[in-house]
Design a protein around this ligand. Structure first.
Ligand code: UDP
Length: 563
């Protein structure tokens, strides 16, 4: 029922009069056929192509795996754009900025999200030679991108989202950190500060830190003052997040093609300028057999999913030639998971336990190993990605794709699958969800319902559920034994430290990055946020988002704004 509402809202095709013209099953066939068409380009005959279409259909229709929304929405359409993640360069000239703005609009129209590093833009007040005037700086140009996004989203398949990044050493960093201070401002952007080891070094040594541009130091500030300023804003509004630039570049599979400076809107996909990436997620809630992980099923799903995602790169229509070229050079894909919290419920493992961390590392390690095996197989059939001989994998590991794993938020597709999103703990055991700004859906966690059904007679079940409807948690529910209550904890009942450690556990075997919100109680202090930032750096994470309860009003679930 929830699935139907979500699909009707945006995914199922409609005729000119706005009437829905396909069933969910037909949608999955449309996507399966469009994606399997790639097989023909590698010499498959029509029977083989049809067999792959059937296999892809089964994968999606069983809800074992779903690709990112743009693939579900646009596959099969002439010129259909299928990827969720893009990074575009922003060079320091009016021509270049507005060219990028145009490309951004084209991407948003198709349902993709864009990330930018604005650090190449000269600081506010710098001279502009051609006009004799002064530059307005990165933040002011971000406002133009924000406004354009606002307009384009009216006509697009979903609202466009942006990630705005500025290096911690850019002279305009203070203005950037404060640019979302007022609620509603820059609302089509998530913002992240790109921090460096140099900055953390200056912070640890309590030294001054130089802000510079174009080889010139503009001024120096105490590193602690800047750090505290970032912390204060993250504490107050949830933003900015942090992007750990050096950690990201240590994991850059193709350093010869350039440094990575930005990510997509939710932070899970670091990319080179003009690269795009299509994502897909395995539904872990379905990878269970008799209270343990069904590794054989998971292996098959992962291998098929990698083939699916590589086929998507093949049949995708890219909005501009530079994006087509950059994407085809590395053929990055991002296979991740959803329903992790549900899986833990089914296995009766508390989210905040060493056992959960261990399983996370084991599971993601397995997924990456299988994904690589599949990509290696594809490389032998279709050739490696073109930049392979310039990559860190050369010469030992021939791969079809420069990256394979990414943990996406799965904000929409987890709703279609009816499971918990990404690797987040459940937000509540029951809650109402507003979709498409109108409909309200009552969602009750399925593994929790199954647990009640297996352990309590009907009358008692009713009583427990009524209590759960009231505040979404098991608070005050005495019917469950304490060891069971420990299993069904919600996001805010789990200490921030465990959120962080879970992100780190998944990051170990994730080629790209992990989308995760570190939830904090309303009472968390700035010192708490500072401690989390330091711990995230020490854990070697690639990025971080914190969200303190109540710090922003229009928060769709517990995900970063826009997603
Ligand atoms: N995204 C976007 N607009 C949205 C939601 C998502 O542009 O409203 C992009 C963005 O790059 C994000 C990525 O899609 O990081 C993946 O988000 P999610 O997993 O929530 O997407 P889904 O496939 O579930 O719709």
């Amino acid at each position: 029922m929830n699935q139907q509402v979500i699909l009707e809202g945006r995914y199922l095709w409609r005729d000119a009069a706005g009437r829905v013209i396909e069933t969910p099953e037909e949608m999955f066939w449309r996507v399966a056929r469009a994606v399997a068409a790639a097989e023909a380009r590698f010499g498959a005959d029509s029977k083989t192509v049809a067999a792959w279409a059937e296999r892809f259909f089964a994968l999606m229709a069983a809800l074992d795996f779903l690709p990112n929304s743009p693939t579900l929405i646009n596959a099969g359409r002439q010129g259909g754009q299928l990827a969720a993640c893009f990074v575009l360069p922003v060079e320091d000239s009016i021509e270049a900025i507005f060219e990028t703005l145009k490309q951004t609009a084209l991407i948003h129209k198709s349902g993709g999200g864009t990330g930018f590093d604005f650090s190449r833009l000269r600081p506010k007040g710098d001279p502009v030679q051609s006009t004799g005037g002064v530059a307005s700086g990165p933040v002011s140009f971000m406002r133009i991108f924000n406004a354009a996004t606002e307009e384009v989203k009216q006509g697009g398949v979903r609202r466009g989202a942006n990630m705005g990044i500025l290096r911690v050493d850019h002279p305009d960093i203070f203005g950037f950190v404060a640019c979302k201070e007022k609620e509603g401002e820059m609302r089509n952007f998530n913002i992240s500060v790109a921090v460096t080891e140099e900055f953390f070094g200056a912070y640890a040594a309590d030294k001054d830190f130089p802000l510079r541009f174009g080889g010139r130091v503009y001024r120096s500030v105490p590193a602690r003052e800047l750090f505290d300023y970032i912390v204060a804003h993250a504490h107050a509004t949830g933003e900015p997040g942090l992007l750990f630039l050096d950690a990201v570049n240590r994991a850059n599979p193709t350093p010869a093609l350039g440094r990575i400076e930005a990510t997509n809107p939710c932070g899970e996909q670091p990319l080179l300028p003009y690269e795009s990436c299509n994502l897909g997620s395995v539904n872990l809630a379905q990878m269970v057999k008799e209270r343990s992980v069904d590794w054989e099923k998971l292996r098959t799903v992962v291998r098929d999913a990698v083939r699916f995602l590589d086929d998507v790169v093949e049949v995708n229509s890219f909005p501009v030639p530079a994006i087509a070229a950059a994407t085809r050079r590395t053929r990055k894909v991002g296979l991740g998971v959803m329903g992790w919290a549900d899986l833990l419920f089914l296995l009766r493992i508390p989210y905040d336990s060493e056992a959960a961390l261990q399983l996370a590392a084991e599971l993601m390690g397995f997924i990456r190993a299988e994904a690589r095996a599949a990509s290696r197989q594809l490389a032998s059939e279709r050739g490696t990605f073109p930049a392979w001989d310039k990559s860190v994998y050369y010469p030992d590991l021939p791969l079809r794709n420069a990256t394979l794993t990414t943990i996406a938020p799965t904000g929409s597709i987890s709703g279609i699958a009816g499971v918990s999103s990404g690797i987040e703990p459940v937000f509540a055991l029951s809650y109402t969800r507003t979709v498409f700004d109108r409909k309200k859906l009552l969602v009750v966690n399925k593994p929790f319902l199954a647990y009640l059904a297996a352990n309590f007679p009907e009358a008692q079940r009713e009583a427990i559920l009524n209590a759960v409807y009231r505040n979404g948690t098991l608070e005050g529910v005495t019917e469950l034994p304490p060891e069971d209550r420990a299993i069904f904890k919600t996001a805010l009942e789990i200490a921030p430290e465990w959120h962080l450690r879970m992100q780190a556990a998944f990051q170990q075997a994730t080629d790209n990055a992990v989308s995760k919100t570190i939830n904090l109680p309303e009472t968390a202090t700035q010192a708490d946020v500072a401690a989390i930032f330091r711990a995230a750096h020490a854990l070697g994470l690639k990025g971080l988002t914190v969200y303190r309860t109540g710090s922003r009003k229009d928060q769709p679930l517990a995900l970063p704004a826009n997603c």
